[in-house]
Design a binder for this molecule. Sequence first.
Ligand code: TYM
Length: 358
Amino acid sequence: MRAVPAQRDCSVDSKNDKFRLVMRILSGVQPSGRQHLGNYFGAIRQFAALQEEGDSFFFIANLHSLTTVQDPEKLREFTLDAALTYLAFGLDPERSTVFRQSDVPEHSELFWILGSLVPLSHLERAHSYKDKVSKGKNPDFGLFSYPVLMAADILLYAADKVPVGKDQKQHVEFARDWAIKFNQTYVDRYDPADPNGVENGRPGIFRVPVASIQPETATILGVDGQKMSKSYGNTIELFASDKKVKKAIMGIKTDSTAVEDPKPTEGSALLSLLKVMANQNDYRILEESWRAGGLGYGHYKKTLLDLFHATFDPARARRQELEGDLASVEKVLQRGAERAREVASKQLSEVKLAVGLA
Ligand code: TYM
């Protein structure tokens, strides 16, 4: 029997993933529709900031989107939208590895291996699955097994930090649980109390990731007051036409409080969007006037529209430039996939050896 490579002495070896000193960051967005304010504030804004802090991998989760987008033209269009969004918001291909999930077949291969030890009961209590079923979606295997593919995405790159919105927290926790379960199953004398082998130098094959969630922007509300989501049709898209953005913002659901009256703060989508878009000082002034009354909701919607343009117009202009050079965008994705495969194939080889497939 061949030895499992994780059973080695602990020495600081920068070429060895298990003992690397640089933090690895990984996350993705689904191209299941056009990217929106929730994706930006919950995730993409963090990506751009975090790429300065470590070795970063940001991908377009197009395999995941097969569970919801069954029109091939649309899937291609939304995949390109996600790539343009990443680049327009400053993901720098010189610093970060930006790629399409389907260009790295190791994701699907690890999905099966990992799925072979995932308890069904975990998948049955997945919030996003239960939420979709409760909203009337007829569940298929793809939707049900989705957290396993997501865990494979994360574990394949031995990610330390996974920047996401709150709705993905449980999925990252599953990835942690399954990484530990896999390590316990396949790595001799693995110590779950020291999951990354920092104390005793016996790292698992899988590194145990941590979700990074910004409390102030963990859940961005949509125009109807529910969580903003492509699947609820309540989004404000980042790159829609000026007209469409205006229509979405002016259509934010409000109650019938009269212009002169104080406005209720609880559960207001409009106020919560103003909070994420305005700087602290401006928000304080806005909130004071909101509580005092005297201005109608139309006034606040107009303020939100101005904030939208002040915040996003630079990225919107950048995206237009990128649209004029799609060949370069494609090159970025292909180079990204090559680099991603280098890392992913090494990890998968180690996994295959450990389980007896190699
Ligand atoms: P997705 O495509 O639904 O969303 C992409 C990212 O945006 C965040 N997000 C939000 N944050 C705050 N408020 C909102 N209303 C809001 N809507 C979306 C999501 O939390 C997410 O961070 N399963 C993932 C994609 C994925 C992934 C991965 C992420 C696949 N594999 C591996 C991290 C690591 C998803 O469906 O995201």
